[in-house]
Design a protein around this ligand. Structure first.
Ligand SMILES: Cc1cc2nc3c(=O)[nH]c(=O)nc-3n(C[C@H](O)[C@H](O)[C@H](O)COP(=O)(O)OP(=O)(O)OC[C@H]3O[C@@H](n4cnc5c(N)ncnc54)[C@H](O)[C@@H]3O)c2cc1C
Length: 395
């Protein structure tokens, strides 16, 4: 059906949002023969999939997606859906479609060729007579009717008993993200957990001369510890270690950085002849440029020989190298984030069917909900699993 065709119809299921969650839900919901309409205001489906994982889409995680990989006000909410659709079921789909993929660090699975492969698989599942994909359906509105919902715009009037909202979070408004799902949820009485960018770089002053350098550091934030690569940027810090940390960070919180995890600088200094320069010792473990900036930042003369260091400076070097406290000025925002933390509160959503307990027939899946996965394919896994849950309930 072309984007300009007018349609007016009673149907079984309408899904708004043809991203990862919406496309997968259309497939699962169609399996029992029901008619499913999948609507999006974009010209093409799955725009976020195409740019995910650096264009290679980290589509799931081989080590599994565990509830502890998710940030949600109700940590139990994800359990039911995740347990009924494991990463292996998605991997199976990938294998059946002969999509080449590869495993990277920490069990992350990526396409070998391109994220386009994932979109193709999801699109191929939509090619059934009982699924109708309607793109470029802009300014959609929803009205509650006696026995369901009317979804409409100037080209569309669909009356349906079941409505699934899969409109995602607020990240990348430039490619179609909107607060449609949140506004609708609020209208039906759902609480919205405040939305902030997550899996996002931090803005931190004083490191811009190090832009491009990267090494493994240990970062602690609000009781969570991550030891992974940290990348210095012109605006502050990024890299997997920082993106992962941002999931637990709230504005104003300090982060504690161990720039040399697995080592003890005090012991290293004790084991080194007193005539050696302190900065040269550190340069054996860390990039030269970083060491210079480090000593500048902590106001200690790194050119001193170890033997001439005061006890105070020794302690300072140890504390700042292993426990540097930094308060990021902020994050780089929704334009640079991978996901939205917060969203439709899950307290009034059935974890089994994804149905609203305040408005029967209305379902929410994917990132529009207050469910945020850790870096590593867990956000897509949530999309697949929540889509499967709604499909099982409605098909
Ligand atoms: C740069 C980047 C890289 C990422 N990499 C990964 C990765 O490698 N692995 C991973 O697991 N996660 C990754 N993510 C996160 C992942 O892409 C999202 O969590 C996931 O796409 C969410 O899927 P969704 O279907 O819930 O929402 P979306 O993918 O955002 O889809 C929502 C759909 O709804 C449509 N829509 C929105 N508003 C309206 C409206 N008003 N009317 C009609 N349609 C509307 C949108 O056009 C869109 O098609 C990445 C995200 C970004 C931004």
């Amino acid at each position: 059906m072309s984007s300009n065709d007018y349609i007016e119809k009673d149907t079984d299921i309408v899904i708004i949002g043809a991203g990862a969650a919406g496309m997968m839900a259309a497939h699962f919901c169609s399996l029992g023969g029901k008619e499913v309409f999948l609507l999006d205001h974009n010209k093409e489906v799955g725009r976020k999939i195409l740019i995910s994982g650096g264009g290679k889409c980290n589509f799931t995680n081989l080590y599994g997606s565990d509830p502890k990989d998710y940030y949600c006000e109700n940590p139990h909410f994800v359990k039911s859906a995740l347990s009924r659709y494991s990463p292996w079921e998605f991997i199976d789909l990938i294998i059946k479609n002969e999509i080449p993929y590869e495993q990277r660090l920490h069990g992350q699975l990526f396409c070998k060729r391109s994220a386009k492969d994932i979109n193709k698989v999801l699109l191929s599942q939509l090619k059934k007579p009982n699924i109708k994909l309607l793109l470029e359906r802009k300014d959609l509105q929803v009205e509650k009717t006696e026995d369901g919902f009317k979804v409409f715009n100037e080209l569309t009037v669909l009356n349906t008993k079941k409505l699934i909202i899969a409109t995602g979070g607020l990240v990348l408004p430039q490619i179609g993200a909107s607060d449609f799902g949140h506004v609708l949820a609020k209208r039906f009485g759902h609480k919205i957990i405040p939305m902030v960018p997550a899996l996002v770089p931090f803005k931190i002053d004083g490191f811009s001369t190090l832009a491009g350098n990267a090494f493994i550091a240990g970062i602690t934030c609000n009781g969570h510890y991550v030891a992974e690569n940290v990348l210095f940027t012109h605006k502050g810090l990024s890299g997997p270690g920082i993106l992962k940390t941002s999931l637990f960070w709230h504005h104003g919180d300090p982060i504690e950085v161990n720039w040399l995890p697995g080592q003890n600088i005090e012991q290293i200094l004790l084991d080194t002849p007193g005539s050696s320069r302190v900065d040269n010792i550190l340069k054996k473990f860390l990039p030269n440029k970083f060491v210079d900036v480090f000593f500048e930042r902590i106001c200690v003369d790194g050119k001193l020989n170890i033997g001439r260091l005061s006890k105070k400076d020794r302690t300072k070097i140890h504390n700042e190298l292993h426990h540097m406290k930094i308060i990021p000025q902020g994050t780089e925002g929704f334009r640079k984030a991978e996901v939205t933390r917060g969203g439709v509160c899950t307290s009034k959503i059935s974890s089994k069917t994804m149905e609203s307990q305040l408005c029967p027939g209305l379902h929410f899946i994917g990132e529009v909900l207050d469910v945020t996965g850790q870096l590593g394919g867990h956000n897509f896994q949530w999309c697949w699993a929540s889509a499967h849950a709604v499909g099982q309930a409605l098909k």
